[in-house]
Design a protein around this ligand. Structure first.
Ligand SMILES: C[S@@+](CC[C@H](N)C(=O)[O-])C[C@H]1O[C@@H](n2cnc3c(N)ncnc32)[C@H](O)[C@@H]1O
Length: 418
């Protein structure tokens, strides 16, 4: 019988049950839980529980707020007491990277996410089930995102029913509407709606979109030309403001639907402060700069900033953000792997989840004294460090900021010196 106590978390935040010579990874189970695994599957060489019965709840469990907890793939750790989760995040980070770092919690743990991408399917509208590429949780709420989630979903359903547009069929790979992306400016109260569909809308459909989403401050329709389940298409501006604005402390950011923005507006000031505290000298390069989140903030504090970013929408926003905030930071379109790194006192890198890869070698060859590595993927950092960065840099200090409550993820700011 596959029954026993969960003793620890795996690196990716699943409860680990060791029983009968087997090591089973159990999503939604926590250290201290006594459980029985009822069903499991093998995935990438690991045994993953599909279902379990909880006999004795760990003392570090708490009552989840969301009715979809246990199925929805968005929050593995909502049943774990928040402070305990923070300790585990720091522990897992240290286990993976070897770096011991203090962790700072998110000032809000509900309603903190400023973006949600609801997949719109014949099975339901919401988020993917944990571990399943083809099953969708038909959401009626999302307490991590917004109290207004039911209103947004109602508007979409009414819009679909009036226009007759078909939700996406995951198996048949056909349909009209594939995603509803909503962004909220938590400090401005603004809402951006981006409907991602496989067809170009006729005028009466655009009118219906305007009617049903009349609460939107910014409205887009994106035409998607591929069948992939990702919220990306070719954006067409429909109405309102072309950009969403968000106010973080003394900086206003404009955000385009296709530019990355840090997802937790409430914890972002803590992340910005951590980056500022580790920044040295005058000349700063913000590599992977997005909409200029770090660069504009630092320029406002007197640093001389340049930024490089691959996405032209984000670069346009970053330069607008510099202007809007009255600072002289300059951002350019470029690939981090291909630039010549000039004479900077501090280089900030905030790469996508896959990490720096070859860009790591450019940094090693540069003369830059101080490198700040901002990352939500400790495994990618470890690889970048071991394969490249340690040839020239050593880790001096790090701090963790919880940008992702109720998940095992954490954002790290790691200071490396030459
Ligand atoms: C994690 S986001 C960070 C953005 C920004 N630092 C922020 O905090 O909002 C990573 C950014 O890297 C950009 N990016 C991805 N690959 C890149 C590359 N090869 N060269 C430059 N930028 C890249 C993405 O478009 C994205 O804006």
């Amino acid at each position: 019988m596959l029954r026993g106590r969960i003793e620890e978390f795996s690196d990716d935040g699943l409860g680990v049950l060791v029983v009968g010579g087997k090591r089973i990874h159990v999503p939604f189970a926590y250290p201290g839980d006594v459980i029985m695994v009822r069903d499991m599957k093998k995935r990438f060489g690991r045994l993953i529980a599909r279902d379990f019965k909880l006999f004795d709840a760990s003392p570090i469990r708490t009552t989840p707020k969301c009715q979809h907890f246990g199925k929805c793939g968005a929050c593995l750790w909502q049943g774990l007491e928040y402070g305990e989760g923070l300790k585990f995040k720091a522990e897992l980070f240290e286990r993976i990277t070897g770096i011991s770092a203090p962790i700072k919690g998110s000032p809000r743990i509900w309603g903190f996410r400023n973006v949600s991408n609801f997949i719109v399917t014949t099975e339901g509208i919401g988020l993917k089930e944990y571990g399943s590429p083809s099953k969708v949780v038909n959401l009626s709420e999302c307490p991590l995102f917004s109290r207004r989630t039911p209103e947004y979903l109602r508007a979409l359903k009414d819009f679909l029913s009036e226009t007759g547009l078909r939700p996406w069929n995951l198996k048949g790979k056909a349909g009209d509407v594939h995603y509803l992306q909503i962004r909220e400016g938590k400090f401005t109260g603004e809402v951006m709606v981006n409907l991602i569909a496989h067809t170009k809308p006729p005028e009466e459909v655009v009118e219906a979109l305007r009617d049903y989403f009349s609460f939107a401050d910014s409205l887009y329709w994106s035409v998607k030309r591929d069948e992939r389940d990702d919220p990306r298409g070719n954006p067409e501006f429909i109405g309102g403001n072309p950009f969403l604005s968000e106010r973080i402390g003394d900086v206003t950011y404009l955000i385009h639907p296709y530019s990355f923005f840090q997802t937790n507006s409430y914890a972002l000031p803590i992340l910005l402060k951590a980056v500022e505290n580790f920044t040295n000298g005058e000349k700063v390069l913000d590599l992977y700069s997005g909409v200029g989140t770090f660069g504009v903030y630092l320029a406002k504090r007197g640093f001389n900033v340049e930024g490089i970013e691959i996405n032209p929408f984000a670069v346009e926003m970053a330069n607008k953000n510099a202007e809007l905030n009255g600072v002289r930071a300059r951002f350019h379109v470029g690939r981090a792997e291909e630039i010549r790194i000039g004479d900077y006192d501090t280089v900030i890198v905030d790469p996508p989840r896959k990490g720096l890869k070859e860009a790591g070698e450019l940094l090693v060859k540069s003369g830059v004294e101080r490198l700040l590595y901002v990352s939500c993927n400790p495994r990618a950092f470890k690889l970048d460090y071991e394969n490249h960065l340690r040839k020239a840099y050593r880790v001096e200090e790090a701090v963790l900021v919880d940008m992702f409550p109720h998940t095992p993820h954490v954002e790290a700011v790691i200071k490396l010196v030459r």
